[in-house]
Design a binder for this molecule. Structure first.
Ligand code: DQA
Length: 146
């Protein structure tokens, strides 16, 4: 499939623990179950997706740097790196392909330190607070941006 029909979905640190991690905030679905929903929606939308997760900032930066070779857009849940990583933001700016920032929880309703996103200024937009639907809304947005 042409590069412009491919979307890269990236998950940052601790999202491998979804299902067990603070289910009252992040829900009971595992990352694999969420990925299943992402793949079904991608089929429906006629786009290809690849889903990856890493606890390492370096991995995420490397994948974002390489993304323009294969992908037309990125859906990114940067997890805690949202609030700390200027390097991730710079990688998104350098990659220069549309990036949709997503969060399962509404970061603005939570602790003050979650209210700042280093990523938001480099993303096309941000979707936060819709649980697993944040991924699916993000995918729809990214598909429109291809
Ligand atoms: C998160 C919100 C972040 O503040 C937190 O560090 C996460 C998950 C979310 O999806 O709601 O790990 O990105």
């Amino acid at each position: 499939m042409a590069k412009k029909k491919k979307i890269l979905v990236l998950n940052g640190p601790n999202l491998n623990l979804l299902g067990k991690r603070q289910p009252e905030i992040y829900g009971r679905l595992t990352l694999e179950e969420i990925n299943g929903k992402i793949r079904s929606l991608a089929k429906e939308l006629g786009v290809m997706v690849e889903v990856r997760q890493s606890n390492s900032e370096g991995d995420l930066i490397g994948w974002i740097q390489e993304a323009p070779k294969q992908f037309g857009a990125i859906v990114l849940n940067p997890a805690a790196f949202t609030h700390t990583s200027l390097a991730l933001r710079d990688a998104i700016t350098a990659a220069a392909i549309p990036t949709v920032e997503i969060h399962i929880s509404n970061i603005y309703k939570r602790e003050d330190f979650r209210h700042n996103s280093f990523i938001a200024g480099a993303a096309v937009g941000q979707i936060a607070g819709f649980g697993v639907q944040s991924y699916l809304l993000g995918l729809r947005a990214a598909a429109e941006l291809l």
